[in-house]
Design a protein around this ligand. Structure first.
Ligand code: SF4
Length: 348
């Protein structure tokens, strides 16, 4: 398998791409974002530090493979705090939780480690601030998604959900001059802008969030897929069906002109008939997907003649987040205790 690089960063446009009988256009950025990387590392470090089992409320990130890998190491995934034995350690997922979940943990004497992505926390802060100023907050997002439940829980009396453009007609506010919209971090950029445009038609004084709520990782992954999709007969996105940003990538690919799009957790789920008659296959992955799963897809495609891979890069990502403060504090204390023990052993 040969991977060549192409990109837009240096001003190279799509016209410079190579052509061949069968090829893969590999999207970059793809896969793990900073928030997912931090959340997965949080569970791994917690397992190392406290030992198994470590309880995790909800899937730490929405990816089947990541969850089963952590389960094999001793993580136990639960739906609610009440399933966690009193006094145990529980990690909250990257999608964020409502304040009442923290209260439940305190009531059960749980040691809670909050792996909420800082970019989700930012939206929580916005919700709290606008609620404290008595705004009506229109939260654009998908009903029932964990992130939306967590954000809405910050100010339930002020927040109403707007689930896509068609939901705008149901919006009712107290004062049209004091309304702001916020959003889930993993939505389709284009669909969200359509929802906002409709909201602004209905509520001309609607305020926008202080900064983009749809996160950099979601936007970047959608942008590159949009660039490659018009030339693809089929786009394969690696990701799980409950991963909002992964599902959006398939929609974006289809909306941008790919003739077909499929979401798979593993290469083994790719059906040979999807590739029949195809000369160009696009490949990307959601923000919760480890890149080795993408490499397995490339190997699968190479075995079927799609051995030439051109990676198209539209952005470089360097963002990283430090681990949750409560975990870092315990790691530091454990390291100090190890040093003391080693010094004592040397003296003995
Ligand atoms: S997709 Fe965005 S908001 Fe979600 S964990 Fe990744 S960086 Fe954070």
């Amino acid at each position: 398998m040969l991977i060549a690089a192409r990109g837009f960063l240096a001003g190279c446009t799509y016209h410079c791409r190579v052509t061949s009988a069968k090829r893969v256009l590999l999207a970059k950025p793809r896969g793990y974002c900073a928030g997912v990387d931090r959340a997965v590392q949080t569970v791994e470090e917690a397992l190392t530090l406290y030992g198994a089992p470590v309880y995790v409320r909800k899937q730490i990130v929405h990816n089947k493979h990541v969850v089963s890998t952590l389960e094999a190491r001793g993580a136990i995934f639960v739906e609610e705090n009440e399933e966690v034995p009193e006094g145990s350690t529980v990690v909250f997922s990257a999608h964020g939780v409502a304040p009442e979940v923290h209260e439940q943990a305190r009531a059960r004497n749980l040691k809670a480690i909050d792996a909420t992505c800082p970019l989700v926390t930012k939206v929580h802060h916005e919700a709290k601030r606008f609620a404290s100023e008595d705004y009506d907050i229109l939260l654009i997002g998908h009903e029932g998604h964990e992130e939306v439940i967590g954000t809405a829980g910050e100010a339930p009396a002020h927040i109403q959900l707007v689930d896509g453009p068609d939901d705008v007609e149901n919006v009712v506010v107290r004062d049209p001059s004091k309304v702001v919209w916020l959003s889930q971090t993993t939505l389709s950029v284009d669909e969200t802008m359509e929802t906002v445009a409709r909201l602004k038609t209905k509520l001309p004084l609607l305020q926008s969030p202080p900064s983009d709520d749809i996160c950099y990782a979601t936007s970047n992954r959608q942008h590159v897929v949009k660039e490659i999709a018009p030339d693809c007969d089929v786009v394969i996105v690696v990701g799980s069906t409950n991963s909002s940003n992964s599902v959006r990538l398939v929609e974006v690919a289809l909306g941008a002109g790919a003739r077909a799009g499929h979401l798979v957790d593993y290469a083994s789920e790719i059906q040979d008939e999807w590739l029949e008659g195809a000369s160009t296959v696009g490949v990307s992955s959601g923000a919760s997907v480890p890149d080795d799963l993408v490499m397995e897809v490339l190997a699968f495609l190479a075995e079927r003649g799609f051995g030439e891979v051109t990676e198209y890069t539209t952005a470089e990502e360097r963002l990283t987040f430090s681990l949750p403060q409560e975990l870092r504090r315990d790691m530091k204390a454990a390291a100090a205790a190890r040093e003391l023990a080693a010094a004592a052993a040397a003296r003995a």
